[in-house]
Design a protein around this ligand. Structure first.
Ligand code: FES
Length: 583
């Protein structure tokens, strides 16, 4: 390691860098600096190629241009400018040779490249380049850029991308993956956190086009008109008109009424069977909660309008009957949570039996009854969440386990908690019909009904300690033992070991697998619902962890997606690819 003074750093003796040669030295906490002797003149640059970190001492110099030996990016050796416009510039340092010794001014170690790296992130998002995205995020996190600033850039990209996307784009899925990635990422640190953030960002990457700015309607438009028009355009499937209404609403300071209105439209009976309306609205509401209207409005108005203004087509017979049934029931449905009703007896098993009985009339009638009885909405949501978790925990995995449908059941039920916060009780009461329909629509999965109040049974895990239990389960996930892993999770929990710890460790294993993008929304739901229910004594609460373990194990590819993340971590620490390889 070289000797450092405040301003200048002693780098090497001139005899150690003979003409025509290059050598690497380390400064500070191991940062690699390249020294070049070009015809007797010494140049100093960062040794890490700004592209992917290859050591530049292995590059070639011609006419004052340094060319990296890996992908051939070239830089002005003196000023550091890259000749490829979308590449980062190379950092260069002043050099002084005194009495045969080379000194360099390594400059402020303080991070000063926020704008450059935000631009790099944006480029990575547009070009769907996982490496560039991971590198930019790693550099900014290392430089102390607040995560909110990074997410704001991702959000801006997503808003623009969705606004200019065609109908086929899975915009709701993009939003779900981004918000889920952010929420899961906050539970982890360092490389795990970077991995989750980079996964979330990469999952929303892709090209976006310019579009004309949406401007509010002129004049002062009354809220009653905006509300009435929005409902009418929603019924008629005219999303563009809804978007303009929403921009107008915000312009006229009706912000607080926008999400409730979107929710009210989304739970209308004619949207029965379109689960992602409620799910996606929940995610949009969370963006508004977390980042405020200024940062979220383009995304919320565009996607919100697309959701509630979608064309629906002619419903098939079962759905048409169910729409009529729901329409006739909601006019008389209660909204729950009324103070006088809290003592009402709630027969959860009877309710579950009706929900899972493959008879939509009985299912809706049972729901109508519990709503009229004033059973607390949170209890009903919990029941739906646990029914879905229980089905994930028991679905046969030898043919088609139905994971897409089952995870939608779970995520939809859990999203009703967000709907309650932003849309109110009536919205949730209607949303419960949508969740009940979902169970009916998934009857093909053929999972026998089970009473949620029945004890799950099972033995205790035959291991000497919690550590050994966690290791056993992680090993089952990694070796795809889907027939064992559910039982092991149940036995682990029966042994009194920590579910919080197990979920954290299982989540890490899921996040580092190639299936992470697919799992993130459900993993996030399980984290939140486990927090909500893990400490209750509901006999079925363990099924949340059993279900996610089986799901992740069954779809796992064992294709590690971490190489970009790991390399980006090392890159942000100033290490070259050769240093990383040597490690
Ligand atoms: S051009 Fe240098 S690492 Fe790619």
């Amino acid at each position: 390691m070289v000797e450092q003074t405040l301003q200048w750093t002693h780098a090497a003796a001139i005899v150690d860098v003979p003409p025509g040669s290059a050598t690497a030295i380390k400064v500070g906490e191991g940062r690699s600096i390249a020294l070049f002797n070009v015809d007797g003149r010494i140049f100093a640059t960062d040794n890490q190629c700004p592209h992917m970190g290859y050591p530049l001492t292995r590059g070639a110099i011609r006419n004052g241009i340094l060319t990296c030996d890996w992908h051939g990016r070239s830089f002005d050796l003196e000023g550091g400018g890259c000749f490829k416009y979308e590449c980062d510039n190379l950092q260069t340092f002043p050099v002084d040779v005194r009495q045969g010794e080379i000194w360099i001014q390594a400059g402020a170690t303080q991070y000063q490249r926020r704008e450059e790296h935000l631009r790099l992130l944006w480029e990575g998002l547009l070009s769907k380049d996982r490496w560039t995205i991971s590198k930019a995020i790693a550099l900014m996190l290392k430089g102390g850029v607040p995560e909110e600033d990074i997410v704001e850039m991702i959000l801006r990209h997503l808003g623009r991308r969705i606004a200019s996307a065609n109908e086929e784009t899975d915009s709701g899925g993009d939003v779900s993956r981004l918000i889920s990635g952010l929420k899961v990422g906050r539970r982890y640190r360092d490389a795990d956190r970077l991995m989750t953030l980079a996964t979330a960002a990469s999952s929303v990457a892709g090209g976006s086009a310019e579009r004309l700015e949406v401007v509010p309607l002129p004049g002062h438009v009354a809220w009653e008109s905006i509300e009435g028009w929005t409902r009418m355009f929603s019924r008629d499937g005219q999303s563009g008109r809804i978007e303009r209404c929403l921009f107008t609403a915000r312009h006229l300071k009706y912000e607080n009424r926008i999400l409730p209105l979107l929710y009210e439209c989304a739970v209308a009976p004619h949207f029965l069977g379109i689960a992602d309306n409620l799910l996606s609205l929940g995610h949009l509401a969370e963006f508004v909660d977390t980042f405020g209207w200024d940062r979220s409005s383009e995304l919320v108005f565009n996607l919100g309008a697309k959701l509630i203004g979608r064309q629906r087509g002619e419903p098939e017979r079962f759905r048409r009957d169910a729409v009529d049934l729901m329409t006739s029931m909601i006019s008389s449905a209660g909204t729950g949570s009324t103070p006088h009703s809290r003592s009402s007896t709630y027969d959860e098993d009877a309710f579950v039996e009706a929900l899972t009985g493959i008879n939509i009339e009985k299912s809706f009638a049972a729901l109508n009854d519990v709503l009229k009885a004033g059973i607390e909405l949170d209890r009903l949501i919990t029941t739906l969440v646990l029914v879905a978790a229980d089905r994930m925990a028991r679905t046969p995995v030898n043919v088609d386990a139905g994971w897409g449908a089952l995870t939608t059941e779970l995520n939809l039920a859990a999203s009703l908690r967000t709907a309650k916060r932003h849309g109110g009780d009536v919205v949730v009461a209607k949303g419960l019909f949508h969740a009940a329909w979902r169970l009916f629509a998934d009857r093909w999965i053929n999972i026998p009904p089970r009473s949620l109040s029945a004890e799950l049974g099972g033995a205790r895990l035959d291991v000497p300690s919690e550590d050994a239990g966690v290791a056993l389960i992680l090993n089952s996930i990694a070796s795809l033992k889907v027939q064992d892993v559910g039982r092991q999770v149940l036995e682990y929990l029966n042994s009194g070991y920590s579910g919080d710890r197990l979920l954290g460790e299982m989540g890490r294993a899921m996040v580092w697998d190639d299936t992470n993008t697919r799992i993130l929304p459900t993993l996030r739901t399980v984290f939140e619902e486990w927090e909500q229910l893990g400490n209750t004594n509901h006999p079925s609460r363990y099924q949340l962890l059993v279900g996610i373990a089986r799901y992740a194990t069954d779809i796992r590819t064992n294709k590690d997606s971490g190489s970009a993340t790991n390399t980006a971590m090392r890159f942000a620490e100033g290490k070259t690819t050769v240093d990383v390889f040597a490690e």
